[in-house]
Design a protein. Sequence first.
Length: 300
Amino acid sequence: MEKNGDALPGHSEKNRTRFWRSEYLPGVLFLDGTFLDMNFSRHSHETYAFGVIESGALAFRYRGEDVVASEGMLGMVVPGEVHDGHPAVGRRWRYRMAYADPESVRTIAGGLGGKNRGLPFIGRGALESRELAALFRRLIGELQLGTMDRLTASSLWTAFISELFGRFGEYPAAVPRASRGSVRAACAFLRENMTRNISLDELAALSSLSPWHFLRIFRDETGLPPHAYLIQLRVRTAERLLREGYTPSQAAAEAGFADQSHLTRWFRRIVGATPAAFLKEVSPAGARHSRSEGENGHGQ
């Protein structure tokens, strides 16, 4: 049986990614990705993820629903929402994505209602809007070609975010849960102790709950069981360390992986590239304002 996150034999060369940034939009990481056989493990992002499906179709489980984003549609994931990603009905997909810092999005969207109401939210994972898709394509295309100045880039980005959340956004009222504080404490403990060999009993004891009860409320709150949440913390930590110049072996040790191969296995399932390829892709060398960050396998 195919493992989640692994490529089918003989087709890995069909999965290609290119990461890049523009100094005009420093809070955004862009991705051009083509995938034939990639299955992304369930994960979440600390950023917003916006993208246009250029060909094929992407399927993913998002907020309890099976979603398909086909050609011309916008794919959408908000920070912290757990999801996966795979070809729909055996079809490859190609997309262009933007991973945006939440605070920058909050700043732009906050002007819609005249006040800052917190992080804006969109509940649907696939949106149909030819106008927004065209705006997104224009922004990315001209940034890559180097034909756009700073004012135009920031204006188009602001227009895209404003129109997207103005049309589809919402600010749902927070629903208080008695268990939320316990889960937050457990998440903080995992972040602070991610290199340790932590037991479920240890986590449950922090909340004075039985292991079974703790496991249930943790998964309800975060969308992941504690062991998967810990793996994601380690992967995201390794991703940050690679950006800071660590080697894959150094990042693996600092993030709590057994060795580099252990990091590589999980990094590819969540990010979509090996640590070595990702390190090459996010190297600082490149063009003045549209910097290529590599080619070869950040996933949906």
